[in-house]
Design a protein around this ligand. Structure first.
Ligand code: MG
Length: 433
């Protein structure tokens, strides 16, 4: 039974998800002696949490309840435990919930660990612990303060700048404003209360952050900070009220932490190599970036807003990233830093498809005569003046295409050629969109 998507288990909350939460807790509890549990702000968070805790205890584990915490906060305190269970559906709408499983170094359970959980969950003969082995649960208090206290020493105090924080009423509603105030910022809050509902669409993309852009301009703030539901993501708005793209934020944060060796996904802009960083590329998905950072590297990121700082943990940490961006904006206008990062035309699209004739697709793509090809995730073809990525979506029956080049004409040409190659190879009536 395949339970884990690219970022854990996610589904609309219902009886099945609740039952699954108990069984995942049981599977984790059978193999981990001491486990911490946290939730984001969703209405179903408590119900899910108690199901997980029930499973953990029935499995024989000791268990601590950290309450409402961002994923990176729970990941940070998981260093004191054998495993962490985060109840969240990340940037999915509020009716969803889900589970992320964390290791003591903050990384997500890897594919082998996920398979072990899946096997245990689907094993009907899987037993609970004997009555005399059952432990107690307790409350873990101060998770947010622990996280803040670990971040503060890395930054100058007295930042003295105005920041707008839009937590989307997600799990960072308390921690990010408090951290930035401790750093000396004047914080204007937007959607920073726990209601279980999200007043804006919770994914931190430009279309969902127009209110934040306006608030930065109207309040004359130096920077705006936005998170998703569990605050493993952070995106920013500059002092001119402009949303900062993930590609540019990747470069700005890499410079801020003085990174030499960084890890990012195949679909990030080629600008990052041009800026002189030593870059290692992974499959799409922040868990791959995290996994690669175990082999070394100063900083990692995915342009969706996941920024990983190994100095604190291997979990994308939107809270730590918020402190970095505020510290940067205290030294120099964020707009100037952002405008110094090269930006190239980049096109994204997809073809709806249930399947593709791989040999035909490969020969169609090779006819474009790339200089080099990477098969890390689909086909990434590098050309003298750009690149094209063609890959199957991890979550939907689609083939995704991304093209970037020095000029708009060339990006369009690469994209169109890639699209033609895909359309010629899909099994049944693919639709481009
Ligand atoms: Mg998230």
């Amino acid at each position: 039974m395949k339970l884990f998507g690219s970022s854990g288990i996610r589904a609309v909350f219902d009886r099945d998800l609740l039952a699954l939460a108990f069984r995942v807790g049981l599977a984790v509890g059978r193999n981990h002696g001491n486990v911490v549990v946290g939730t984001d702000t969703r209405t179903s968070g408590d119900a899910m949490k108690h199901a997980v805790i029930s499973g953990l205890l029935a499995g024989g584990a000791r268990c601590s309840d950290a309450g409402i915490t961002p994923t990176p906060t729970l990941a940070f305190i998981t260093r004191e435990f054998d495993a962490g269970v985060m109840i969240t559906a990340s940037h999915n709408p509020p009716e969803y919930n889900g589970i992320k499983l964390l290791n003591p170094d903050g990384s997500s359970f890897d594919s082998l660990q996920q398979v072990q959980i899946e096997e245990a969950v689907s094993d009907e003969s899987f037993e609970v612990a004997r009555w005399e082995e059952i432990k107690h649960s307790d409350i873990y208090s101060g998770a947010i303060e622990h996280h803040i206290d670990s971040i503060l020493p890395g930054f100058p105090a007295g930042l003295n700048l105005k920041v707008v924080v839009d937590a989307g009423c997600g799990a960072a509603s308390e921690v990010t404003p408090r951290l930035l105030e401790r750093l000396g910022c004047e914080v204007v809050t937007l959607n920073c209360y726990n209601s279980g509902f999200f007043p804006r669409d919770i994914e931190p993309i430009e279309a969902n952050l127009q209110e934040l852009c306006r608030a930065v301009t109207e309040s004359n703030a130096r920077v705006g900070i936005a998170h998703d539901g569990d605050a493993d993501r952070m995106m920013a708005v500059d002092d001119r009220g402009r949303f900062v793209s993930g590609d540019r934020l990747l470069a700005v944060l890499a410079q801020a932490v003085g990174a030499k060796d960084l890890v990012t996904t195949l679909d990030a802009s080629m600008a990052i190599e041009e800026m002189g960083f030593n870059v290692r590329r992974t499959k799409i998905g922040d868990t791959w970036v995290s996994e690669e950072l175990k082999n070394g590297g100063d900083f990692g990121g995915e342009t969706s807003g996941c920024w990983i700082f190994p100095v604190i943990s291997l979990c994308p940490d939107g809270i730590y990233a918020a402190a970095q961006v505020a510290a940067l904006a205290g030294q120099q206008k964020l707009s100037e830093l952002v405008d110094a990062v090269p930006v190239y035309p980049l096109l994204r699209g997809s073809v709806a498809s249930d399947g593709v004739a791989m040999p035909r697709l490969e020969s169609n793509l090779m006819a474009m005569k790339p200089l080099s090809v990477s098969n890390t995730d689909g086909f990434k073809m590098n050309f003298k003046d750009g690149w094209l990525l063609v890959r199957a979506s991890g979550t939907e029956p689609k083939i995704r295409l991304t093209a970037e080049a020095k000029t708009g004409e060339r990006a369009q040409q690469l994209y169109d050629n890639g699209l033609a190659a895909v359309m010629d190879s899909v099994d049944t009536g693919g639709r481009a969109n």
